[in-house]
Design a protein around this ligand. Structure first.
Ligand code: G3P
Length: 217
């Protein structure tokens, strides 16, 4: 499973990328706004910090505007993946980008039918929003399973990118459901390392080791 960071915070990205466990990054207009920086500047910096795919979202709602913006974003760095919304216009643009060899992450997916359309349009990634569905009282993880089954039924190459992740349990459940990737807020990514029993067990190991008076090197 590929693990992406859902962030535009380049300081935190640098810190977590140093673990070697960050496979890519996703951004969206809200995260760009939070950065307080020009979009092309922050996307270029993020692309320099990770080798993997970096999703950069178009802001236009019309096909021509999406195509113009997406081509500009794709030109920022080789690892940019253009993000387009799951709308009629977004999928028309996705098909054109695919013809041009530009990878697209189709975002704001909330039904399996939408995911089917995105795969048919040639999306490289589909982003079902688990947390927002759960917030809405729907079954976010169930959507991942539905999309996995449909994509496997028809051998679609589109990768399922579990998004709107709220906690480590979402990451585990998405992996069990067969998502290809998960995009994770930095605070949740940092929580993936942690368990109270790990901390307690390590404390005990260190205490017992200290009593030996030994050193390994
Ligand atoms: O960036 C895509 C998605 O992960 C954002 O979800 O619900 O945390 O805004 P959310």
């Amino acid at each position: 499973m590929q693990l992406f960071l859902d962030t535009t915070d380049t300081a935190i990205l640098k810190d977590l990328a140093a673990t070697g466990l960050v496979d890519g990054v996703t951004t969206n207009p809200t995260l760009i706004a939070k950065s307080g920086r020009p979009m092309l500047e922050v996307i270029a910096e993020i692309c320099s910090l990770v080798e993997g795919p970096v999703s950069a979202e178009v802001a236009a709602m019309d096909v021509a505007g999406m195509l113009a913006e997406g081509r500009k974003l794709a030109a920022v760095a080789h690892n940019v993946v253009v993000k387009a919304p799951l709308t009629r216009e977004g999928l028309i643009a996705t098909a054109e980008f695919a013809r041009e060899g530009i990878q697209v992450n189709v975002t704001l997916c909330f039904t399996a039918a939408q995911a089917l359309l995105a795969a048919k349009a040639g999306a490289a990634y589909i982003s079902p929003f688990i947390g927002r569905l759960d917030d809405y009282g729907a079954d976010g993880m169930g959507l991942i399973s539905e999309i996995r089954a449909i994509y496997d039924n028809y051998d679609f190459d589109t990768e399922i990118l579990a998004a709107s992740i709220r906690n480590p349990a979402h990451v585990t459940a998405a992996a069990l459901a067969g998502a290809d990737c998960a995009t994770i807020p930095p605070n949740v990514f940092q929580d993936l390392f942690k368990h109270p029993l790990t901390e307690k067990g390590l404390e005990q190991f260190m205490s017992d080791w200290a009593k030996t008076g030994q050193s390994i090197v």
